[in-house]
Design a protein around this ligand. Structure first.
Ligand code: ASP
Length: 427
């Protein structure tokens, strides 16, 4: 079986087992002894342990991968001045697609009206975390100590340092070439590590999903069905509509092939709920399966995983309208515009980890004067939505990467068109 098939099987089995365990425990069907054995040793024991180790191993690769692969990418561009164009195109596209995503979300939510008549008493406790001001965010992009940046996993800082180092290598003549050679060899080895870990993914994904669904109440989704399905609808509309349209018109390549090659990355995104942890897989997918050159992908993918969060922006758009309606507070056109702007900027300053979308939502709500406690209303379904919106976030990163690479001549379309390119089989 190909890796994709093995992951799909693992996902379905994990999901089914989780749902079954949930059903058994909520219906009090098993004896108390057996039930507590399952909770203690299986769900919170084996599944949780393996799942957490899996996510950790993915995260383990992020810093070395970003550093080594970006240094390689920039160094090999040499004196090619296109880097500036690649960077500005990428950032412009990331921001435009995010603004589009949130505008779409606000529009659909205003039509569906998911928050009308919601019972405010069902809000659970929510303590808002402070988001840093924009000035701090900008200053924080620049490292004062690269080792510290790497130790803390500050990806934007690692990106800045790697850009500088790669550029310096390209300017250092023969010595630079020797150093570049070392990085290039290291890059190959780290990519191999990504492949090895991807091969173990079915076990990790099975455990993550079994643990998650064993504790996920379906009831809460029903009580928030209108909100939940509005977010899901806009996520699908954006991923399959907006992205496909941009991808097809700009690159002329097959959308179907793009989506089919994205499948493993999407499953990683869904099960880990973190674009950051999925980043190694996204990078491998666009380079080895879609033919994007490392000089573009090594910059656009880590940057996207950090600043591009269209799925998260969609959740924020729908949630803002939902909370306004639930609290019966009218929002004007200028408020909606503020929401679009704040959410677009907020996505730049927040890290790609599970649940960070809620921190950004606090910023958006504060900006338009809506009660932050309103987040307590939607928190129950946030974990599941987080998984789905992370899949959209990752699709956006790959879509923008391919569009930029294709238009700048950094994409090998033969690799893209070859369905077998870069497929991982059992090693
Ligand atoms: N989990 C999302 C991501 O990593 C961020 C969020 O929406 O909370 O992309």
């Amino acid at each position: 079986m190909s890796l994709t098939q093995r992951i799909v099987t693992a996902m379905l089995l994990g999901l089914l087992l989780g749902a079954l365990l949930n059903f058994l425990s909520s219906g009090n069907i098993l004896s108390a002894g057996l039930q507590s054995w399952i909770d203690l040793y299986l769900v919170n024991g084996l599944f949780d342990t393996v799942g957490q180790i899996f996510v950790r191993s993915l995260k383990l690769l992020v810093v070395p991968l970003v550093f080594v692969s970006l240094v390689c990418g920039v160094a090999s561009l040499g004196n090619n001045s296109r880097m500036g164009v690649v960077a500005s195109k990428t950032i412009a596209l990331y921001m435009t697609t995010t603004a589009l995503a949130i505008a779409l979300a606000v529009t659909v939510a205003s039509i569906v009206q998911p928050g009308v008549g919601v019972d405010l008493a069902m809000a659970s406790e929510f303590v808002a975390k402070e988001a840093p001001p924009l000035k701090t965010t900008i200053i924080n992009m620049f490292p004062s100590n690269p080792i510290q940046s790497m130790a803390q996993g500050s990806i934007l800082q690692v990106i800045v340092f790697s850009l500088l180092m790669g550029f310096a290598i390209s300017k250092s003549g023969e010595t630079g070439q020797r150093v570049g050679g070392v990085f290039s060899a290291l890059n190959e080895v780290i990519m191999k590590m990504v492949m090895i870990l991807m091969n173990l993914a079915p076990y990790g994904i099975f455990c993550l999903l079994a643990k998650l669904f064993a504790g996920l109440g379906i009831g809460v989704i029903l009580s928030l069905a209108k909100y939940f399905f509005t977010v899901v609808f806009v996520l699908l509309l954006h991923s399959f509509g907006v992205y496909s349209l941009i991808f097809k018109t700009v690159t002329g390549l097959s959308v179907r092939r793009f989506l089919s090659k994205m499948r493993p990355a999407l499953m990683f995104a869904f099960s880990t709920a973190s674009s950051g942890a999925t980043m190694p897989v996204t990078l491998r997918t666009v380079e080895h399966r879609m033919g994007v050159n490392n000089s573009v992908a090594s910059f656009t993918v880590p940057l996207g995983a950090t600043i591009n969060m269209d799925g998260t922006a969609i959740m924020q758009g729908v949630a803002t309208v939902f909370i306004a309606q639930a609290y019966n507070i009218g929002l004007g056109m200028d408020d909606y515009l503020t929401v679009v702007l704040t959410a677009t900027l907020a996505s730049i300053g927040t890290a790609a980890v599970p649940g960070v979308g809620l921190v950004m939502l606090v910023m958006v709500l504060n900006q338009v004067g809506l009660p932050v406690e309103g987040i307590g209303l939607i928190i129950g379904v946030d974990r599941l939505l987080d998984m789905m919106r992370t899949a959209t976030n990752v699709t956006g990163d790959a879509m923008v990467t391919s569009v930029v690479a294709k238009t700048e001549g950094y994409m090998d379309t033969d690799i893209f068109n070859d369905p077998e390119a870069g497929v991982i089989r059992q090693v």
